[in-house]
Design a binder for this molecule. Structure first.
Ligand code: ADP
Length: 296
């Protein structure tokens, strides 16, 4: 099948990795009482689909992702993968965090082979499988290096490859490129979508970067300020494979404008309603007729 595979074609070629979250709520117990982080959230990821969650800081994106990973139990609602309730972490759901979590005492290939060992692959087949995966991420020439010798982008590539080595049906990523510079970020995005298309797995990706969400995804869920709910669901009908030049297309820019205004509204709310658009535009403070020098 060609690289310009349609969305329907891609979804149909993957049969596993259907994530369904229904009426999800999560409250954190704290000394000051319950913190209502997320409430009434229903989302899904079709098999083979790439879905992002975007929203202002603190709206509950990581909470939702951690519940799909099985690290957090819902206070209300259900989380299922292929119809089975998520009950703790599993190799079926690979997770990649923003901070690099490689074993420093293992080489690049050793880190990936660890993932394969977790999957139950026998010793003899681990090395060729690790080399194939590293090749997909353009990392083969670094297979014998230790993580401390790698750049941030390379470490994160190894992290993604290691998460993929356990053979997950769903890959969950929490701001994985947040610590990288803009150029590296775009290249990482292309590497990730390339691997995703070849492996035909489902992806749920958390970010607060609007361009990143549009560039990567088939669909984007936009969340409200805390307690997080789903404010909007946006389809991204851009063709695949995505190229950086598409970010300048009128289609991309229209999606960007729409998402920006949705997120901005929620970010202002998340700042406690103290800053309004009007106040930001004029940077005006009502001094009730006094000069600033009188006031300070
Ligand atoms: P996001 O990923 O969108 O930035 P999070 O899911 O990390 O948001 O957090 C959602 C809300 O829950 C935030 O207000 C955060 O302060 C709160 N929160 C997260 N973890 C905890 C915790 N362990 N205990 C109490 N409150 C928490």
């Amino acid at each position: 099948m060609g690289a310009q595979m349609t969305l329907a074609g891609r979804a149909a070629s993957a049969t596993k990795g259907f994530v369904e979250v229904k009426d999800f709520a999560l409250f954190y117990d704290t000394l000051d009482g319950a913190v209502e982080a997320v409430t009434g959230v229903s989302i899904h990821v079709d098999p083979g689909e790439f879905v992002s969650i975007i929203g202002p800081s603190g709206c509950g994106k990581s909470t939702l992702l951690n519940a799909v990973a099985g690290f957090l139990k819902p206070t209300g609602g259900t989380v299922t993968v292929d119809g089975e309730a998520v009950d703790g972490p599993s190799a079926d759901r690979g997770m990649v965090f923003q901070q690099y979590s490689l074993f420093p005492w293992k080489t690049v290939r050793g880190n990936v082979e660890f993932g394969l060992k977790m999957k139950g692959k026998d010793r003899g087949s681990r090395e060729p499988a690790a080399r194939t995966l590293l090749g997909l991420a353009g990392l083969l020439q670094f297979e014998n290096q230790y993580p401390e010798r790698l750049s941030g982008g390379m470490k994160q590539r190894v992290g993604i490859v290691r998460a993929l080595a356990t053979g997950p049906k769903v890959l969950l990523l929490d701001e994985p490129f947040g610590a990288l510079d803009a150029q590296t970020r775009v290249i990482m995005q292309q590497i990730l979508t390339n691997m995703w298309q070849r492996l035909k797995i489902s992806v749920l990706f958390v970010t607060h970067d609007i361009d990143e969400a549009i560039f990567l995804s088939d669909r984007v869920y936009c969340m409200t300020a805390r307690p997080g709910t789903i404010k909007a669901e946006i389809m991204v009908p851009l063709e695949r494979p995505r190229q950086p030049a598409m970010m300048m297309s009128s289609e991309f820019l229209a999606l960007r404008r729409g998402l920006m205004s949705l997120i901005r509204e929620e970010s202002l709310k998340a700042m406690g309603g103290e800053i309004s658009d009007g106040a930001l535009e004029g940077l005006s403070i009502n001094l009730h007729g006094q000069s600033l020098a009188d006031v300070i």
